[in-house]
Design a protein. Structure first.
Length: 100
């Protein structure tokens, strides 16, 4: 109870999954040719998610806030839907935020 699995490298596999998903979405967003009004928001929040994952101890409420901002910023860009879904799945691995 209260224990977290770690990979052979000593990293939480949830963090590994988050880093992989964020990296993929960042690459796909960078390669997407269309400009859209909230692209900068998506890029900033992906950078924040990457920083949280790199620190190894992301805060669940902050993860979810970033996910919502990213989804709102790029949600209508269907070419990014699969990579966005992967980020959502990775964030979901951390569980629900504590109830207030």
């Amino acid at each position: 109870m209260g224990q977290t699995r770690v990979t052979s490298s000593g990293e939480d596999p949830r963090v590994t999954e988050l880093r992989t998903a964020v990296s993929r979405l960042r690459r796909e967003l960078a390669g997407h040719p269309a400009e859209f009004p909230d692209r900068g928001i998506a890029e900033d929040e992906l950078a924040a998610l990457d920083a949280m994952a790199t620190s190894g101890a992301p805060e669940i409420p902050r993860l979810r806030r970033s996910l919502l901002l990213i989804a709102g910023a790029i949600g209508s860009v269907s070419a990014l839907a699969s990579a966005l879904r992967d980020v959502r799945v990775a964030v979901d691995l951390f569980g629900e935020p504590p109830r207030r």
